[in-house]
Design a binder for this molecule. Sequence first.
Ligand SMILES: Cc1cc2nc3c(=O)[nH]c(=O)nc-3n(C[C@H](O)[C@H](O)[C@H](O)COP(=O)(O)OP(=O)(O)OC[C@H]3O[C@@H](n4cnc5c(N)ncnc54)[C@H](O)[C@@H]3O)c2cc1C
Ligand SMILES: *[C@@H]1O[C@H](CO)[C@@H](O)[C@H](O)[C@H]1NC(C)=O
Ligand SMILES: *[C@@H]1O[C@H](CO)[C@@H](O)[C@H](O)[C@H]1NC(C)=O
Ligand SMILES: *[C@@H]1O[C@H](CO)[C@@H](O)[C@H](O)[C@H]1NC(C)=O
Ligand SMILES: *[C@@H]1O[C@H](CO)[C@@H](O)[C@H](O)[C@H]1NC(C)=O
Ligand SMILES: *[C@@H]1O[C@H](CO)[C@@H](O)[C@H](O)[C@H]1NC(C)=O
Ligand SMILES: *[C@@H]1O[C@H](CO)[C@@H](O)[C@H](O)[C@H]1NC(C)=O
Ligand SMILES: *[C@@H]1O[C@H](CO)[C@@H](O)[C@H](O)[C@H]1NC(C)=O
Length: 490
Amino acid sequence: MIFSGLLFVFLAAAPLGVSGLAAGPAACANLTDFLTSSKVDSNELSLQYLGSQKGYWNAVQSSYAPSCVVYPTSSQDVSVALQGIRAAGSRFAIKAGGHNPNTFFSSVDAGVLIDLGSMTSMLYNEDTTLATYEPGSVFGDLYDYYARFNRTVVGARLAGVGTGLALGGGLSFLSPQYGMACDGFRELEVVLPNGDIVTASNTTNIDLFFAMRGGGGNAYGVVTKYTVQSRPIGEFYAGNVIYLFNQTTAVSDAIQNFIQYNEDPKASIIGTYEMLPTPSFGLDLDRAVIMFLVYDGPDAGDAFQNFTNIPHLVNTLGIKTYPDVVNMPIPMSTELSRGDNIFRVGVHRIDDDTFQTALSNWQNWAESNKGSYVLSSIDFQPIPKSLTDASKAQGGNAMQMPDGPWYWVNYLISTVSGLSQTDYDEAQAKFRDMVKNTTNAEGLPLFINDANYDQNPLSTFSTYPKLQGIKKRYDPDNFFTNYTGGWSFD
Ligand SMILES: Cc1cc2nc3c(=O)[nH]c(=O)nc-3n(C[C@H](O)[C@H](O)[C@H](O)COP(=O)(O)OP(=O)(O)OC[C@H]3O[C@@H](n4cnc5c(N)ncnc54)[C@H](O)[C@@H]3O)c2cc1C
Ligand SMILES: *[C@@H]1O[C@H](CO)[C@@H](O)[C@H](O)[C@H]1NC(C)=O
Ligand SMILES: *[C@@H]1O[C@H](CO)[C@@H](O)[C@H](O)[C@H]1NC(C)=O
Ligand SMILES: *[C@@H]1O[C@H](CO)[C@@H](O)[C@H](O)[C@H]1NC(C)=O
Ligand SMILES: *[C@@H]1O[C@H](CO)[C@@H](O)[C@H](O)[C@H]1NC(C)=O
Ligand SMILES: *[C@@H]1O[C@H](CO)[C@@H](O)[C@H](O)[C@H]1NC(C)=O
Ligand SMILES: *[C@@H]1O[C@H](CO)[C@@H](O)[C@H](O)[C@H]1NC(C)=O
Ligand SMILES: *[C@@H]1O[C@H](CO)[C@@H](O)[C@H](O)[C@H]1NC(C)=O
């Protein structure tokens, strides 16, 4: 098995010159000549290199050692890097915020890591209200910048997440008003797998523009500049409400009612159930229900009354700025939640009873697998009709989202660090089987940003054949497919 695997690697790389393990260092040496050592770091002990290697939300990704890290400052640099990597036949990865938990999606072992973190320019055009930004910032930085103009861009609900979010769709607290983050794209600058630098919009490279709006990062090329529709922001009424688990039924009824009946697009929620590994002693101290309630405007009316009426432990609702909203429940929460983290996703309609099934399957699994995780959660994320309408009004995205209401379920397992490979695999297999046991709705897309690679989310899109065609057109010799991670197009 091992030998045939190696043989396959050599054969695949053969037409490209240097093969096997030497390809990474060869690409790095060549790129150091072309880009200079100020943009290529091969020193595994430098703070810069370690910052890139350690900066993953799934800590498992940090165990890999890239041959070097390339820090492009322009689309030309990205083009040179891709051509050098291709010439050497090296593996590579493209990294923005480093929050995708899947192995080799933005991490690489013995290959070239392209860290976009030096490309951080951002601009606002007051005449057109368009925002233009490079991919290297996290959304919190973009929000801070655009807040000066009383504007924002549609992006992450937590400040620390990177711009790769929008390539997987991107669900924001503002999405019920404006659609997914990718629906706001107006023009992208893209470096194609062959090194060409092109523009994609609804008038040029239309098919590429379509695929980039939610059809996944790391597949059709590298986005080096986003031009998006900005949105106005003022005061928000927002906060977290935290309940004891004995309120689970009342809160899950309120979430389901919200998904089904709320028609105010300014009101947005995430319902999360969290479980710690400590024994409960029958006191429910190992678990909590945490609601994220966000209203775009100072007066939420009765939008959240169904939640505040239920007896709760904590209520932080109050007037907040948008940058405060994306730092709920506490600042740095993405950084603080770093660990051996894996996501999985489900998609359901409200008119069946999968809400309760999903919740009780997760609870049963969480109670009987206490030794394998340090934290687990199940999050309910409504997709209202106003969101799918806003998406359609802007041309629709790669998911071609069917009319809401429906909802995505995000499952998180953060395994105990230092598990043996066997124990890790076993914990992941049980978690996978638990999620699989709750049947997904037919005809609805799985959310790329919350998916595990083995869930093949693209194959659930009604547009899958079209995306497969676009992938073939822009990555015709499978350079990205062969040499970096990413979603399956098979
Ligand atoms: C704590 C946390 C909170 C989250 N909150 C939200 C949320 O509110 N809404 C939501 O929709 N999702 C959310 N997510 C999911 C998140 O969108 C995905 O994990 C996303 O992949 C993160 O993007 P990134 O830039 O941080 O990560 P990365 O891992 O750097 O990038 C993600 C993928 O996109 C590729 N990529 C990145 N930039 C480019 C580019 N410029 N060109 C081509 N390919 C590129 C990478 O190669 C990688 O495969 C959250 C995740 C976490 C861990
Ligand atoms: C070195 O990189 C350059 C720039 O991308 C590329 O054109 C060239 O083919 C590479 N040379 C070798 C020997 O890999
Ligand atoms: C932003 O809004 C505040 C409050 O309404 C206002 O005082 C300020 O002048 C606005 N700033 C800009 C740049 O429009
Ligand atoms: C392209 O997008 C712009 C901005 O959203 C819109 O006004 C225009 O109608 C779109 N054109 C096409 C051909 O879709
Ligand atoms: C939930 O638990 C708390 C604390 O033990 C208790 O005060 C409350 O009455 C319980 N509520 C219900 C609905 O059981
Ligand atoms: C609150 O719940 C009731 C049912 O108890 C439902 O009729 C109403 O629409 C809900 N309101 C919101 C905003 O979710
Ligand atoms: C699978 O789901 C069903 C309900 O659909 C449940 O009764 C059963 O216990 C679940 N099994 C596991 C192993 O989660
Ligand atoms: C990718 O792999 C396929 C199958 O092994 C091969 O035909 C193709 O040439 C490879 N592409 C590149 C760019 O190496």
